[in-house]
Design a protein around this ligand. Structure first.
Ligand code: CTP
Ligand code: CA
Length: 221
């Protein structure tokens, strides 16, 4: 069939993707996480694979199966995800940071399960900031083409433009969250050096294919 002679847009390319939430322990049985389902990141991994890429997916805890042909590495915390990404980023053509990475971890996580205080006292959690994985990759001398995601609850057009510049990345994908978390549909706005373009509300798999087309067009040869 004629279609089989059309070269795939990411043939011969290596793509690294983060997806899902991270989980930051409070004690051995409790922790702090967020509502990311991983659906958007997994859909992008699948679309990249279908476009011919060699795809490595570094995933926080989700209930999803790895898409066909995609290699997955499971991580729990933001620091685990950071280490896994930095260990494998060399030689990647693109890095797509879709994960909802916890901005803070519990600095005084307990080795043992915390017990309720008979006097009604509450545990005093202290927080410290997690490493910024996307910023770490974008700061590398030999960096891949970096794509960030941003879920904003307001002012998406302004925050998206500012966040792309602050992160020092060529492409930032915004959506108005958190109502898209867990949903099968989404609506995206792509920010690049020329401005922004909207991808209207659609199924996440459809949007993922459109986004992969946009990334493939922008990848340096
Ligand atoms: N990101 C990351 N590591 C972090 C935090 C965020 O790699 N520790 C990535 C996300 O995967 C996403 C992008 O950075 O691609 C933007 O994440 P976002 O949470 O919107 O940005 P922040 O810089 O954390 O700003 P804020 O949460 O304050 O809006
Ligand atoms: Ca954040």
């Amino acid at each position: 069939v004629i279609a089989s002679f059309v070269p795939k847009s990411l043939a011969g390319r290596k793509v690294l993707i983060t997806a899902g939430p991270t989980f930051e322990p409070i004690d051995p049985v409790r922790g702090i996480t967020n509502l990311s389902s991983g659906k958007m990141g997994y859909a992008i991994a699948r679309a990249a694979r279908e476009a011919g890429a060699d795809v490595l997916l570094i995933s926080g805890p989700t209930s999803l199966a790895a898409p066909y042909g995609v290699q997955r590495i499971d991580v729990l915390t933001a620091r685990d995800m950071h280490a896994a990404v930095m260990a494998r980023v060399a030689g990647q053509d693109a890095f797509i940071a879709v994960a909802a990475v916890a901005d803070w971890r519990v600095a005084n996580a307990s080795e043992q399960k915390l017990k309720k205080d008979a006097n009604g006292g509450m545990p005093a959690l202290r927080f410290e900031q997690n490493p910024d994985i996307l910023a770490s990759v974008a700061a590398l001398a030999n960096k891949p083409y970096c794509v960030g995601f941003a879920a904003e609850s307001e002012n998406l057009l302004e925050y998206g433009r500012i966040k792309r510049e602050r992160k020092g990345i060529p492409l930032l994908v915004g959506n108005i969250g958190p109502q898209t978390f867990g949903s099968d549909r989404n609506e995206l706005v792509l920010f690049d050096e020329h401005g922004h373009v909207a991808l209207p509300a659609a199924d996440k798999h459809h949007l993922a294919r459109q986004l992969i087309t946009e990334i493939a067009r922008r990848l340096p040869a």
